[in-house]
Every structure is written in C-alpha cells, then in structure tokens.
Design a protein around this ligand. Structure first.
Ligand code: FE2
Ligand code: FE2
Length: 331
C-alpha cells in the first residue's frame, strides 16, 4: 500500500479478515443510544474463577469484553449544538485540535499494523476493532471541526511503522497517560459550565471508549508478557523502558512535528497535563485536579469485571506525587 493511501485507508485493507461491526441506524431512537451507552461502560464475564494473566480464559474474556462493550454510535448522527459566541471562541482557541486529529490518525494505523502482525485470531480482531474505533474518533473530530469552523493544518502523511510492536507500545502507553488526565479535565470542563452540556454529552462515548482501549491495552500487555520466553521477555522489558523514556522526552516538549507543508507545528503535547485553565473559569488547583483524575479514572473503570487488569502506572505515579503535596503546594 502506498504512503498516500495510508491517510485514508480502511482497517480491512490492512487486516483482510476483519469485518467492520454494524452501527446504529441512521436515525436511532433515544432508547437505543442510551442502551448502547450503558452497555459500553459495564461488563461482567459469565465465567467463574480467577483470570490468571496470560491464560486462555484471560485472553478469551479480555477479547469478549472488548467485543461486547462495543458502542455502535454513528459519527454522522452525533449532535453538534449551536454555541454561544464566547463558548465557540473558547473551543476554537483550544490548542489541541491538530494534535488530536493526528493522534487518532496515528493510533488507527499503528494499532491496525500491530493487529495485522498477531496470529491469535481473537486478540487480532480486538486490536483491529480498536484501530477501527480510532478511525471513528478521527471522523468524529473532523465533523466537529467542520461544524465549528476550526482551521486545521494539513496532516503529514501517515507512515507505516518500521517496528510495529514499538509503535503499538508508544500509542498504548500514550493513551494511558492522556486518558488519565483527559478523564479529569473532562470533569472540570463539565463542572465549569463553560461548555454546553449537549457538547459534553456528544463527547462522552469517545471518552468512555478510550477507557475501554486502555483496559484492553493493559490486558494485552499481561497476555503478551506471559507468552514470551525469558530472553524475549528481557528484550521486551528493555523496549518498554525505552518507550517510557521516549514518551518523557516527547512530553517535556522536545519533540517537534512537521506538517504536510513542511512547517514546524507548535503543538501542545502536554495539554492533557496543563490544560485545566483552558476549560475552567476558576483557578484549578493541581492537587485537586490530580484527585479528580484519580476519582474519574476509578469511576470509569468501575463497571468492568474486576478480574481484568487496569492500567496501573499513572494512578500509582499520581498517588505517589500526591503524598508530597498538600493543598496544592509541594512540600
Ligand atoms: Fe481515540
Ligand atoms: Fe484509543
């Protein structure tokens, strides 16, 4: 496949045995939408007993969770409410739209590329579906920027990753970091009243979908680790350390990105960390925001079977940092 077509490819082109799931009708009833919403956020396995990480039952139930919590919303029916001029100006000014669209585009390709490399059919399907959902997020965002007249730079061509496992790990861990902060910021935006509740509702399924994605990632990780011989496992853990180092480097702002016209783009890779001021009227205390991120993280995962593993690094790191902070002040 040429680089050009990778900008608009269908997941089925990279994974020929993948069939896109059915979506809701063009004009779904309110009850259908609500039922799908509820279904996407709670799931309990019918299988009794523990899920030993990496076991057959762990693999099967992880993939079943991902399939059965699929939300069939259709991007074209999402409602983009008319915004008051000040709310519109605030949305247009958020420095995130280019990076958000490009992140979804990259995630879609990297997940599809990695899924294509997996032989195990259930995990292969789950990761392909995840890639398909990232493409749907990209579509949601492109409909939103069109609805509100947000100008985007031209996207640089999406390149097929040379090391598909590395690319998948970078995307998976990035989602774990970004989703953790996005859950808290979304709550801040909700409470602040700066954005209409209908707009918050429109984005809610996307936010919960990211929770499902990182739930899948955490369980894929455990399953993958268990399948490796000791020496492959050592190589893999070194790769994981390198991925975290890369993400740290990227997030302290050293990474640059170049758009399709060759211009360097100053994008906010850290918006999820320091964006609270942009979505709230009141001063948001760092400690309070961290606590909110933890609460929202716990709430969003609470509906899924407790035997499935949760992403651990961000909640642990933030709990550790909070021990040294008191009322917004570092000790
Ligand atoms: Fe996404
Ligand atoms: Fe995702």
């Amino acid at each position: 496949m040429s680089e050009q077509t990778l900008d608009t490819f269908e997941v089925e082109q990279l994974i020929p045995d993948f069939t896109a799931p059915a979506m809701t009708q063009v004009s779904p009833e309110r009850e259908t939408i609500d039922a799908a919403e509820v279904n996407s956020r709670q799931w309990t396995s019918r299988v009794a007993g523990p899920f030993k990480p990496g076991s057959e039952v762990h693999l099967r139930e992880t993939c079943r969770m991902f399939r059965e919590t699929f939300n069939p919303y259709r991007p074209s029916v999402l409602h983009w409410p008319t915004l008051e001029p000040d709310a519109l100006a605030r949305i247009v000014a958020l420095p995130i739209w280019d990076i958000a669209v490009q992140t979804e585009g990259k995630a879609r390709l990297r997940m599809a590329a990695y899924a294509a490399s997996i032989d195990e059919p259930e995990m292969r399907y789950a990761l392909a579906l995840n890639a398909w959902e990232e493409n749907r997020h990209k579509e949601v965002l492109s409909r939103m920027v069109a609805a509100y007249g947000i100008a985007l730079v031209n996207e640089a061509p999406y390149e097929y990753p040379k090391d598909v496992e590395w690319a998948y790990l970078v995307t998976g861990y990035s989602e774990c970091i970004d989703s953790f902060f996005a859950f808290g910021l979304f709550k801040v935006a909700h409470r602040s009243g700066l954005f209409p509740p209908e707009l918050i509702d429109t984005f809610e399924p996307v936010m919960q979908e990211e929770c499902r994605h990182i739930l899948l990632f955490a369980n894929w990780l455990a399953w993958h680790r268990a399948s490796l011989s000791w020496w492959r496992r050592i190589c893999f853990e070194l790769k994981v350390v390198a991925v975290w180092a890369f993400l740290g480097w990227e997030r302290i702002g050293l990474a640059r990105s170049i758009d399709a016209d060759g211009n360097e783009q100053k994008q906010d890779n850290n918006f999820t960390v320091n964006g609270a001021q942009a979505v709230s009227r009141a001063e948001v205390d760092v400690r309070e925001l961290m606590m909110l991120c933890l609460q929202e993280n716990d709430r969003r995962f609470s509906g899924y079977d407790a035997r499935l593993l949760r992403p651990q690094t961000m909640p642990k790191l933030v709990r550790f940092v909070l021990r040294f902070m008191r009322n917004g002040q570092a000790r």
